[in-house]
Design a protein around this ligand. Structure first.
Ligand code: PLP
Length: 329
């Protein structure tokens, strides 16, 4: 665990500029984006015909001129369950709660694992996953979708079918193929199927460098080389650098439009279980509340870094990010 001194001396750089990650940054960021986000969310709800007071809208008209929002933006999570609680759907739920969103967790797979490694996993039947997702979509106004562990090529096709019911909804794809401890959570073919089929309907994918190398089929590729190979498939790609050993972590955002951003932060000493899930679901939450993509990425990276800085080691293996409570930030 980092010492309190280490915690408070940390810095994070964005595109070359260095600024302190002061305790107030999270609160300031929230304040900075909250009002326009809410506005955009209401505009989006109206556009989707979830008008105030409608059965689907979750908004109640308390007076002819004033609307009181009664529901938080809903994020549909299609991920696996990790019984250790560090990764998978529990990570999604906690990270989304911390963003002020409501997680609708659809189980794609069950895993047997602890904080040390994966012992087994089972992918759910396609019909069960479709039924869960359809129940959510029929009832709740989904504002964004987060994909985690899918586990099989068939599940990739199932997700594609689900996404046909959610055209234009932001989709964050975390191409999960390995657990933090290294155990497999799907064959490389699942990654190739994501690239070939799901990337086209995704807003952004968030692989770490080892995952990007698998997806790009470049075993020794740099982040830039992997991005060049993958960008024809997807609009935005965030390749995280947490799995390297440099003193600083370089997280690189690539846009198909040629845009490039590098977010650099101090490497923390531990090994973490659920960091990728935390990042991707936070990003989905930020998009759900209407934040613009680049600032949503920056925000999600900052938040994730803080959860790792404050991580706990409840078991014998990796640290678990501390995603809640919010007042710890
Ligand atoms: N999803 C599930 C269900 C998992 O069990 C894991 C890792 O164990 C992951 C995703 C990926 O975890 P991480 O965020 O550490 O990459």
């Amino acid at each position: 665990m980092p010492s309190p001194q280490e915690k408070h001396s940390a810095t994070c750089t964005l595109s070359g500029g260095v600024r302190p990650l002061s305790e107030g940054f999270f609160a300031q960021s929230v304040a900075r984006c909250q009002a326009p986000q809410r506005l955009r969310q209401i505009v989006r709800q109206v556009r989707l015909r979830r008008l105030p007071g409608s059965a689907n809208g979750g908004l109640v008209v308390s007076s002819p001129t004033m609307k009181t929002p009664t529901s938080r933006p809903v994020v549909l999570c299609l991920s696996g369950h990790d019984p250790s609680g560090g990764a998978g759907l529990q990570a999604d739920i906690e990270a989304l709660l911390a963003q002020g969103c409501h997680a609708a967790p659809t189980v794609t797979a069950l895993t047997v694992q602890d904080t040390v490694n994966v012992h087994d996993f089972r992918v759910l039947d396609r019909d069960w996953v479709l039924a869960q997702a359809n129940a959510v979509i029929n009832d709740l106004p989904v504002e964004a979708v987060k994909l985690g562990m899918l586990g099989s090529v068939e599940m990739v096709e199932t997700v594609l079918e689900i996404m046909q019911r959610l055209p234009g909804i932001p989709l964050v794809c975390d191409p999960v193929l390995r657990a933090g401890g290294g155990g497999a959570l799907g064959k490389d073919e699942v990654g190739y199927a994501m690239r070939e089929r799901l990337f086209a309907v995704s807003t952004i994918a968030t692989p770490n460098l080892p995952e990007a190398r698998i997806l790009a089929e470049l075993p020794d590729g740099t982040a830039d080389e992997c991005a060049e190979k993958l960008l024809p498939y997807i609009q935005y790609l965030l390749i995280t650098g947490g799995h390297g050993d440099e003193q600083q972590v370089h997280n690189r955002l690539y846009g198909r439009d040629g845009s490039r951003h590098t977010f650099t932060c101090q490497r923390l000493p531990g090994s973490y279980h659920g960091s990728g899930c935390t990042l991707a679901s936070t990003l989905a939450g930020r998009l759900a509340i209407g934040q613009e993509l680049v600032s949503a990425v920056e925000f999600a990276l900052d938040y994730t870094w803080r959860t790792l800085r404050d991580a706990e080691q409840p078991g014998h293996g990796q640290f678990i990010p501390r995603r809640l409570p919010l007042d710890a930030y």
